[in-house]
Design a binder for this molecule. Structure first.
Ligand code: KG4
Length: 325
């Protein structure tokens, strides 16, 4: 069974082609260079770049895995959450193709797809917990099976990746800042400066706006002389607050597996801290591969495979939507 996943929710145009659980191609056209000079994503420029890239990327994908359009069994397209104009480009393209080829199309929640990137790592025991930490979201989920997601927690204000990117900007690092903050933190000492560790009580929600403000005022007072120490202390405070929520989730739900996806999960410091904490709790972490943590079509195509397995025979151009809780 061949599924094509189409992803245009933010600043990456991507086509992933998956046969059963094997990724045949996962092409990503990143817009990092376009947005870098603005220090953040400019939605209108993002939509225009998707429009330019999506058709050549799809054709290139078919060429690389030597398949013809009629051999595709179904399409999956990210349809929420994301930048509206960007989503519109991917959805118009995907729905047009599915209609023309008389193939079913699955409207895929971007956050569920981040978790689905873990499904190819190993056989998952359900129920399990899932945590997405990306540029736009932190979200805790309970998964009843591969396609049944219940949201348990979200951010009360800013996203975690956004905090990394804004702090990167305060430290004069290139956009997107996450990876650069991690790099300079390696040269710093995490205990020289103390930033507050945010913790939302009696809830699995997160909050990341306070830490941004704390870093801002620290830099205003002390300047950038100690940039590696600031990066290390910021990273520690953010990761400590994530670990506290993981512990809270594990107090509420007994699980064998805890799944992790989203761009910030590429951070090695975070990955190591998660692994250590889960080892203590006797829970196995299942983390998306670093190349599947960022926005990409393969994870959309993987989730589409699982949806099809649930429903034997979708009708031609049937639009299937997973209810969002
Ligand atoms: O998952 P993603 O591509 O976007 C959304 O779905 O929102 O994640 C992008 C985010 C950016 O904020 C980026 O700075 C962050 O992931 N990121 C990192 C690292 N690599 C990417 N944050 C911290 N450390 C990293 N190594």
């Amino acid at each position: 069974m061949i599924t094509v996943g189409i992803e245009t929710s933010c600043d990456e145009t991507s086509i992933g082609i998956v046969e059963n659980s094997r990724i045949l191609v996962n092409l990503v056209a990143s817009q990092e260079k376009i947005h870098a000079k603005f220090g953040g994503i400019v939605p209108e420029l993002a939509s225009r770049a998707h429009l330019e890239k999506i058709v050549p990327l799809f054709n290139e994908g078919l060429k690389r895995c030597k398949i013809l359009p009629y051999q595709i069994d179904a399409f999956g397209v990210t349809n929420t959450p994301g930048l509206k104009g960007s989503l519109l480009v991917g959805n118009a393209f995907a729905h047009g193709l599915a209609y023309a080829l008389s193939k079913p199309i699955y409207n895929i929640n971007h956050l569920y797809a981040h978790i689905a990137a873990c499904f190819i790592e190993k056989k998952i025991s359900f129920p399990c917990l899932g945590l997405v930490i990306s540029g736009g979201q932190p979200n805790v989920f309970l998964l009843k099976d591969y396609t049944k997601f219940v949201q348990l927690g979200k951010t009360r204000d800013d996203a975690c990746g956004e905090a990394f990117d804004k702090v990167g900007r305060m430290l004069n690092l290139p956009f997107p800042g996450g990876i650069h903050v991690e790099k300079i933190a390696l040269r710093g000492c995490e205990d020289k400066i103390k930033f507050p560790v945010s913790y939302v009580k009696n809830s699995l929600d997160f909050s990341f706006s306070g830490i941004k403000t704390a870093v801002y005022y620290y830099i205003l007072k002390h300047g950038l002389k100690e940039a590696p120490n600031i990066a290390a202390a910021f990273q520690k405070a953010v990761v400590d607050s994530i670990i506290l929520k993981i512990e809270d989730a594990l107090k509420l739900y007994q699980v064998e597996h805890f799944l992790f996806g989203g761009g910030v999960i590429r951070n090695n410091y975070l990955r190591k801290k998660i692994e250590k904490k889960l080892k203590e709790k006797n829970v196995e972490p299942v983390m998306a591969r670093p190349d599947l943590c960022m926005d990409n079509g393969a994870k959309v195509a993987i989730l589409t495979q699982y949806l099809i397995r649930e429903k034997d025979c979708p009708d031609p151009y049937e639009i299937v939507v997973i209810p969002t809780k």
